[in-house]
Design a protein around this ligand. Structure first.
Ligand code: PMP
Length: 362
């Protein structure tokens, strides 16, 4: 039988697994999710929305990189079912906890989240029959809080407290999980986070680019995506560069460029940058950091929406602004790939609202 092929990057999906999925189940436009678990390839088997996680398109910027030396491609993680890259880790973390026997029917999950991991976990929890509590710092958009509540999660909002303060969202989540006898899914320390990016996101990027990659650019929240993708790419190429896109005001660029955390400042872009370093972030995988201020991040997100049809949020603006810089460097040889972590729908009341930007002065 001739194989059906879908162009989702510079290459078609060529793996046998993908072909089998596409041949047997013509209603599916993407191969099945890569998280461990039963693969369902027949239209008569159960297929759930969890099977649509991952295998996102990789597309080339058509306008914004026109004057750059190197091409810029973007990995469209905002097209996951929950609208962010975090669907991958939500599924992988729950799969791992189930395999380890740490979850029972009706168990409660607790996560400290900027919002996206919560949305991913809420979807997985709905399908698998768990309860979810999300602990979010006050800084994160109201849109994300509303989404989580609409998904049935309990949302606990904390002060924007520094990492050593007991009111910090990570500490509050840990305490709540202990009090309620719930599972702390713990994206900041859970190896299932970088591992799923190494096994899926990184391998997809390598295959979609057919190994032609000069540099990979991403921001760091937990560091799971840059660490996992960076490891997968560096295991396959000795020349690929991995670049951190860090908000001005985050301490992480200092760690990567100077070997010591930089000064702690404030910034408005959500989900990336940090005043501490998560256990899952491996700075050794990163070659250097580019720093991007809020105005450039938000302007770039707006340009991605209006000029490229990529309906993404502010941290995608940060990573593409950095990627455009990287693509102009003489010492980068080959296409630059940037990660688009989430969609614009969670920022309607923040940086996609001109009045909000004016009020904040960015
Ligand atoms: N962008 C956004 C909007 C996020 O919510 C996150 C995760 N907090 C990231 C980027 C960074 O992803 P990671 O945790 O894999 O470093």
């Amino acid at each position: 039988m001739a194989s059906r092929r879908f162009r989702l990057g510079p290459s078609t999906f060529a793996s046998d697994e993908a072909k089998v999925g596409l041949e047997r189940q013509q209603v599916r436009l993407r191969p099945p999710a890569s998280s461990p678990g039963p693969r369902r390839v027949s239209p008569y088997d159960d297929v759930t929305i969890l099977d649509a996680i991952g295998h996102t398109p990789l597309v080339r910027l058509q306008h914004l990189a026109a004057d750059a030396r190197n091409e810029v491609w973007v990995k469209c993680e905002h097209l996951n079912p929950g609208g962010s890259v975090k669907d991958r880790i939500a599924l992988a973390i729950v799969d791992a906890a189930e395999r380890e026997g740490r979850l029972a029917a009706g168990s409660t999950l607790v996560e400290a989240t900027a919002g996206n991991t919560g949305i991913g976990l809420a979807i997985v929890a709905a399908l698998r029959g768990y309860q979810l509590v999300c602990v979010m710092p006050e800084k994160m958009s109201v849109d994300k809080r509303r989404a989580l509540r609409a998904l049935g999660a309990e949302v606990v909002v904390t002060d924007n407290a520094p990492p050593d303060d007991p009111r910090n969202f990570k500490h509050v989540a840990r305490r709540l999980a202990a009090e309620r006898g719930a599972l702390l899914t713990d994206q900041f320390n859970n190896v299932a986070n970088p591992d799923v990016h190494e096994r899926t996101t990184g391998v997809e990027i390598w295959e979609q680019m057919q190994g032609r990659i000069g540099a990979f650019v991403a921001g760091v929240g937990t560091g799971g995506s840059i660490t996992g993708v960076g490891r997968a790419l560096k295991a396959r190429s000795s020349t690929v560069k991995v670049v951190l896109a860090d908000p001005v005001g985050s301490r992480l660029a200092g760690l990567v460029n100077d070997g010591a955390l930089g000064p702690d400042g404030s910034y408005l872009v959500e989900g990336i940058g940090s005043s501490d370093v998560s256990a899952v972030f491996d700075p050794d995988v990163v070659d250097w950091a580019e720093t991007i201020d809020d105005t450039l991040s938000f302007d770039t997100a707006e340009a991605l929406v209006r000029r490229e049809g990529l309906l993404v949020g502010g941290s995608a603006g940060t990573s593409v602004a950095a990627a455009l810089r990287v693509a102009r460097r003489d010492d980068v040889d080959g296409p630059v790939v940037a990660l688009l972590p989430d969609g614009w729908d969670r920022y309607y009341t923040t940086h996609f609202d001109p009045a909000w930007r004016q009020k904040k002065g960015v």
